[in-house]
Design a protein around this ligand. Structure first.
Ligand code: ATP
Ligand code: MG
Length: 346
């Protein structure tokens, strides 16, 4: 094991971003993560300074060099030609796969679906997110949905490889190929082709509407779900919410060279600055980052201390439940509780 530190690029973001990043970095440092954060400023402040990209050109340089980005949520101001930095980062850094594990923590966190334990693998670069929109007439607008064979192959192969690496026995494809026969049709077709190379893994396909209904009803039937960009966006919020809280899930955006790790939730401006945000989503993203940079040992320590905190009923407001939780805490007290449990690990 090398003792040299891995440089990572860190952005504190907007809304609750700074609070949850502070908490996360304190925990990683205490756990002995061998990282060297380079801080960059992105988001609202940069946008409001007149930069419509939300990031300084020089900060791309840090990202291209470290190739690892730990990012808090940011707020994209409405209107004014501001471009979503989230989308720009995914496309500029070639982050084709968005990986979102989602798990119930029953009986410690209230959920109607105690057996929920799935991973959503969302295509991250194509579909309606390419932002190609036109006005056709005064009253008609058009948005272009782009799906490419190489794009489908990359994400679907990634999903099967992921299933194999993490011992998941089933991969489910969700698309709307009964209506969009060419675009979604290609996604489904490529899924069927690539599935043949993985005879050890069960495969199934559902139309996105019935697939979403099944997800909301019996999420335990799913293992790995692979789907197109927009559907993936929607179903991952559903999955996170029914697992207990959008405040719990972390996500990895993975490319061939770079990777970005974040919480699945947004900047939550409604609770920003009040010290009550749940830092678990970003912390879980950071745990995935540690695994990615080869520090699985530290990742396991952080994960165990965090799990113990949740199991001990030390809960922020978003997951607090009378009769289940032991104590309602804010961000700082939650962080202290994780640090305390880190110290108790063998
Ligand atoms: P954005 O536009 O930045 O995506 P949003 O309002 O669409 O923001 P979220 O920021 O994800 O969505 O917030 C949705 C709801 O969940 C809000 O009520 C917010 O307060 C709550 N929430 C999100 N993240 C957390 C968290 N980490 N801890 C506690 N509550 C959270
Ligand atoms: Mg949102």
């Amino acid at each position: 094991m090398s003792s040299t530190k891995t440089p990572i690029t860190v952005a504190y973001g907007d809304g609750i971003g700074p609070e949850i990043m502070d908490a996360t970095l304190r925990i990683l440092t205490a756990a002995g993560a061998r990282i060297e954060p380079e801080i960059i400023e992105i988001g609202e402040k940069v946008y409001k300074s007149g930069n419509t990209a939300g990031i300084q050109p020089s900060d791309w340089e840090s990202l291209r060099r470290t190739k690892v980005f730990l990012k808090s949520p940011i707020t994209t101001p409405q209107g004014g030609g501001y471009k979503s930095l989230n989308v720009a980062a995914r496309t500029s850094l070639g982050l084709f796969a968005n990986v979102r594990p989602c798990q119930a923590y029953s009986p410690y966190v209230e959920t109607k679906h105690p057996l929920l334990d799935l991973v959503i693998i969302r295509e991250n670069e194509e579909d309606l997110y390419t932002g190609i929109e036109h006005r056709q007439t005064n009253q008609v607008y058009q948005c272009l949905k782009l799906i490419s064979r190489p794009g489908c192959e990359k994400i679907i192969r990634y999903a099967f490889e992921y299933a194999r690496a993490y011992n998941r026995r089933k991969v489910t494809c969700l698309s709307k190929d009964n209506i969009m026969k060419m675009t979604d049709g290609l996604f489904h077709k490529v899924f069927d082709e690539i599935a043949l190379e993985y005879p050890d893994i069960e495969k199934e396909h559902w139309i996105i509407d019935i697939g979403s209904a099944l997800l909301a009803d019996t999420p335990e039937r799913f293992g790995v779900i692979v789907t197109l960009n927009l559907y993936g966006d929607i179903i991952s919020d559903i999955a996170a919410q029914i697992a207990g809280s959008v405040g719990m899930g972390g996500s990895a955006n993975v490319g061939e060279q770079c990777a970005m790790f974040e919480a699945i939730h947004g900047s939550a401006p409604d609770i920003a600055g009040r010290g009550i945000a749940n830092p678990s989503g970003l912390l879980n993203g950071a745990i995935m980052m540690l695994v990615h940079i080869g520090q699985g040992d530290v990742a396991a320590k952080v994960h165990n201390a965090w799990l113990k905190t949740i199991e001990d009923g030390i809960h922020t407001g978003d997951i607090y439940q009378e009769g289940i939780s032991a104590k309602r805490v804010g961000t700082a007290e939650f962080t202290e509780a994780v640090l305390e449990r880190l110290g108790q690990l063998p």
